[in-house]
Write a protein that binds this ligand. Structure first.
Ligand SMILES: [Zn+2]
Ligand SMILES: [Zn+2]
Length: 257
């Protein structure tokens, strides 16, 4: 396969760790600054009570990712490429189409995992930690059980084996996923017109906040992480919470959990 991309693939692969960390820290700092300037909701708990757990989980998740790296999506993509396995190794499509499809199909796979996490009890036991946050801000985007991170890593490796994507496209997807998770959890009051335009394509903070409603019906809506299309396609989209963005309660109804 010939590679020609706006971001040179070799740069993404050689510097994957530092690019991911740089984008992560950059977006986290930017979102935290914007949250201070234009918060969507008043905080119920102080940052000091939530952030140590979130940053600890981010570190634990990063460690799990490193331990599982030899069997993760990037390694699986490299293996597929070397063995000629997977859909894209058999198709001679333009690189930009392949990269776009890779990002979209991985996003669909993560959407599917998220739906299962709300319907399979043993997966919910892991995922509920993400939903037990009684506030949302950008750091909620890293509030995941390390075992859930591990399962996600293995699931993405299976997808990589099936697709046979370019290694650089998988690295790009991981960066997109990290970045959009920080963005769509932000406690950010976007101008409503901007929110409307953005959510033609992307999951916005107001949209993902519906998913964190304490109402079990609403927490089974808006499963998407990056692109909004999957929630429309599978009819899980809900534009706003019934009680409004200010009136809704975030968290888990422990009686129904
Ligand atoms: Zn969820
Ligand atoms: Zn979330």
């Amino acid at each position: 396969m010939a590679y020609a991309c706006v971001v040179p693939e070799s740069f993404l692969i050689d510097h994957a760790g530092s690019v991911r960390l740089g984008v992560f820290v950059g977006i986290l700092v930017a979102m935290s600054a914007l949250e201070a300037l234009a918060p969507r909701r008043a905080r119920r708990r102080s940052r000091e009570k939530r952030w140590p757990l979130h940053l600890g989980l981010a570190a634990a998740g990063g460690l799990v990712g490193r331990i599982l790296a030899p069997v993760g999506a990037v390694a699986a993509a490299a293996y597929s490429e070397s063995q000629g396995l997977g859909l894209f190794t058999r198709l001679d499509w333009p690189v930009w189409i392949e990269w776009t499809l890779t990002v979209l199909l991985f996003d669909l796979a993560v959407y599917g995992q998220h739906v299962l996490s709300h319907h399979w009890r043993w997966l919910w036991r892991l995922h509920r930690l993400h939903h037990q946050d009684v506030d949302l801000d950008a750091t909620s985007g890293v509030r995941f059980h390390p075992v859930e991170i591990g399962l996600s890593t293995l699931w993405k490796a299976v997808v990589a084996l099936a697709l046979g994507p370019s290694v650089g496209a998988v690295v790009l997807f991981e960066i997109v996923l990290n970045g959009t998770a920080l963005f769509n959890h932000a406690n950010l009051r976007l101008p409503l017109a901007l929110d409307r335009v953005l959510r033609l394509v992307l999951v916005t903070p107001d949209m993902h906040r519906v998913h964190h409603s304490v109402d079990p019906e609403e927490s089974r809506r808006n499963y998407g992480f990056a692109v909004v299309a999957w929630d429309h396609l599978f009819r899980t989209y809900q534009a706003q919470p019934a009680a409004g963005q200010q009136g809704m309660t975030l968290g888990v109804d422990e009686r129904s959990a």
